[in-house]
Design a binder for this molecule. Structure first.
Ligand SMILES: Cc1cc2nc3c(=O)[nH]c(=O)nc-3n(C[C@H](O)[C@H](O)[C@H](O)COP(=O)(O)OP(=O)(O)OC[C@H]3O[C@@H](n4cnc5c(N)ncnc54)[C@H](O)[C@@H]3O)c2cc1C
Length: 285
């Protein structure tokens, strides 16, 4: 390979180069789930992100994973990532402590369409760790609450101990977010609702002419939410989903995250439901 070809291949791979970032805080959320605050060592790299976008977190010797940015878009210098310890990379992230360094690149992906929500109602339906990519939507909505109509949050976890961001719920409620939090299995500490998210949805009144739906969570939950929304005459074009698939490059090179004709990393992870309906629910292989 001549010098030019080598330089070309370096510049072609540069978009995938992770940059050092410092772990500035670690906050346990639930069993096997913590939130990691990351700050670029070179602060000029923190150029901002939009709700729903994700970063690639790289740990030398383990690999790289896609993780949603779950913090306030108005403080881009400190980006929070809630990580569930699922496999080798996320378990290694789980061992990080404040002061440790990781590789970081991003932000990537198509965000939630916040501009479309202005002046309309929004129903957020999420389950488990699916609340992570929707938390920036809530935080942004709190900043300019008067720009939006009703904001409803339906959120479900398996048990009370599995719920994320519980210490923020009071602030969200006081900021004008209507919240319906439920668990599949209650214990003696739980004073809230018991049941899956679709049950909470059945009890919710919505104006189909002005409501947008944002949903993220287990695909079975999203399927119920989408079909119940459509049964309420909310158009497919007003329903947005965030999809997760096994992801490698995050920039549309490798095809690992392909869903039918679309790449989740480039055209997603947030999609208008009508754009992916034929492929929704299709198994990864
Ligand atoms: C756009 C996007 C945003 C994401 N945001 C978050 C986030 O905020 N927090 C978080 O904890 N995770 C998130 N993930 C998922 C995370 O990237 C994967 O769980 C990651 O592969 C775990 O890597 P690992 O090496 O630890 O486990 P692996 O060894 O890769 O996987 C462990 C197990 O999880 C399964 N798995 C891997 N990836 C997925 C997936 N995407 N969906 C379902 N099952 C999977 C594998 O098949 C395997 O059974 C996101 C993924 C995408 C694509």
């Amino acid at each position: 390979m001549n010098q030019t070809a080598i330089l070309e291949s370096i510049s072609a791979t540069e978009p995938m180069l992770p940059h050092p970032a410092i772990v500035s805080a670690v906050r346990p959320e639930a069993y096997g789930i913590s939130t990691f605050s990351l700050e670029y060592a070179d602060p000029t790299l923190a150029t901002g992100f939009s709700p729903g976008q994700f970063n690639m977190i790289h740990l030398p010797g383990f690999g790289e994973v896609a993780i949603s940015i779950c913090s306030d878009p108005r403080t881009p210098a400190v980006m929070e990532h809630t990580v569930r310890y699922a496999g080798s990379v996320t378990r290694a992230i789980g061992r990080l402590k404040p002061g440790d360094t990781v590789g970081l690149r991003g932000p990537y992906g198509n965000p939630w369409p916040m501009d479309l929500v202005e002046g309309r109602d929004l129903m957020i339906a999420s389950g488990g760790i699916g609340l992570a990519p929707l938390r920036p939507v809530i935080l942004e909505a709190l900043h300019r609450r008067n720009s939006f109509g009703r904001i409803l949050l339906l959120y479900g976890g398996r048990t009370p101990q599995d719920l994320l961001y519980t210490d923020e719920y009071e602030r969200w409620l006081n900021g004008g977010i209507e919240m319906y939090v439920s668990v599949d299995r209650a214990d003696e500490t739980w004073k809230g609702q018991v049941g899956v998210i679709p049950m909470a949805f059945y009890r919710t009144r919505l104006d189909h002419r002005r409501t947008l739906v944002f949903t993220c969570g287990p695909e079975i939950m999203m399927r119920f939410v989408i079909y119940e929304a459509m049964a309420r005459r909310i158009p497919k074009e007003a329903i947005y989903v965030s999809m997760e698939r096994n992801m490698k490059c995050a920039i549309g090179f490798c095809g690992h995250c392909q869903l039918g004709p679309v790449f989740i990393c480039k055209q997603g992870p947030v999609f208008r439901f009508s754009a992916i309906e034929p492929f929704f629910g299709r198994e990864e292989f």
